[in-house]
Design a protein. Structure first.
Lengths: 236, 236
DNA sequence: CGGCGCTTTGACGATCCTCAAGCATCGTGG
DNA sequence: CCACGATGCTTGAGGATCGTCAAAGCGCCG
């Protein structure tokens, strides 16, 4: 019986095996007998732009990994306003905070672009993490990254002007979404003006004026969701 | 030999056993053979107010726990400015971010009050965490708490005015440091005006004006580092 | 066409940053 | 004992930025 089990485990390929982010996957350390368990708790799903993966206040249903696309994590406040806490790109996991903290989701996850999401159910993820120190270690590393991101954001909020932070945000988005021509990069913004405002932490009217001021500075060309920028401004 | 080892382990009391925070300690799950190892890597030290525990950019020397007092974690920026990232109170651990992230300290830790600090050396902490899933789990919980704190701060920065955030900060400090009379609470601020400014994220001049405005609102009485407030304002 | 959501623009007051100056406290050295 | 400088805190003035309220433009879809 034990032999049979071991044989079955060896036959099962890792569910992340064909993913571009397999090497860095939180579940990569899972092997042996735990592998079929992981596979049974594993599923993929496609999200259209605008579709919600989980809502704020919901109980945790698992640990999610963005396989492709882009997901926004947003915190809704009592007064109806909201703050965009994070953009989750392919290879990044989401929902792990409420998973590890054993608490309801503190943010809403919504796809900004058509996205593929891989899910490990709460039950299976809990079992794997309890048995597999490697997976736990990698989860902790993701926590550290989130702390680093948050601290960087706190610092830049306290240090830089809103205009500077918006310019920096556009540069980062340009690296991730831009297409390079000869001397220019162009992109289609994955975010609405209101999303940008919620990400920088200003009112929509101020965001509109910030964009106009950035254009006047001559570095960015912005029309609707289309943005362009000289290549030389990438590193600045 | 094995028996001898087991007997020795059973004889060794947990280094945190007499600490008020033993039950929640990151090292509480350590037992058996690992206990004497932990004890050998364990040390206590006293810090005077203003003394530095570790500097920004230094290599990690261990995981620290605030046993008593108060420690400020500060991030220094290239332009000479700095941001107060966190106040660490008794029972909280510090230095775990660079420990888990295997990177130099990103903040400076400085005692704001005379403090007792317990240290587990880097080598021993790494050994314990690799062997003891319970300790790793508790470390991850501390990471989650830090993420929660950071997100709360990001949200309140984006949502509330500096005056509101300062009032909220003073209320929290009052709960932790205040002495209650009949209808008033009084405290001696553990922070300088510049520390307050670095914590709220404004210039020292603005902090001075914010304090004056709070006084004019009639809730707080502030003279130097002495602050008073009616008991009724605690929950507001 | 009309309504709706998103975005922009204008006007005004509130808040903040910067530069500059003034004030208090404290420790040191003459 | 006092002059002195260092440090921390406060105050003032002026310009820049932001929030708020209101209104208008614009694209989209029923």
């Amino acid at each position: 019986m034990l032999d049979c089990k071991a044989t079955r485990a060896a036959d099962v390929t890792h569910p992340c095996a064909h993913c571009a982010f397999y090497g860095g996957s939180v579940w990569q350390p899972v092997a042996g007998d735990a592998l079929p368990v992981l596979t049974r708790g594993f599923s993929r799903k496609e999200l259209e732009a605008g579709q919600v993966l989980f809502k704020q206040g919901e109980d945790n249903r698992g640990v999610f990994c963005v396989s492709s696309g882009l997901v926004a994590l947003r915190s809704h406040h009592v007064d109806g306003a909201s703050t965009l806490m994070r953009l989750a790109y392919p290879g990044e996991i989401i929902g792990y905070r409420s998973f590890l903290g054993k608490q309801p989701h503190q943010t809403e996850a919504r796809a900004l672009l058509p996205s593929r999401i891989c899910t490990v159910t709460h039950r299976v993820a809990a079992g794997v993490v309890a048995q597999n120190a490697g997976a736990m270690e990698r989860l902790a590393q993701r926590c550290i990254r989130e702390i680093d991101r948050s601290h960087q954001r706190i610092i830049s909020t306290a240090t830089c002007s809103n205009k500077e932070r918006l310019a920096e945000l556009l540069r980062r988005l340009m690296v991730l979404h831009g297409r390079r021509n000869r001397e220019m990069i162009t992109m289609r913004l994955p975010l609405s003006r209101m999303d940008l405002a919620d990400l920088i932490g200003v009112q929509p009217e101020t965001m509109s004026r910030l964009i106009r001021r950035l254009e006047k500075d001559g570095v960015f060309g912005i029309a609707g969701r289309d943005v362009e920028m000289p290549l030389s401004a990438l590193s600045a």
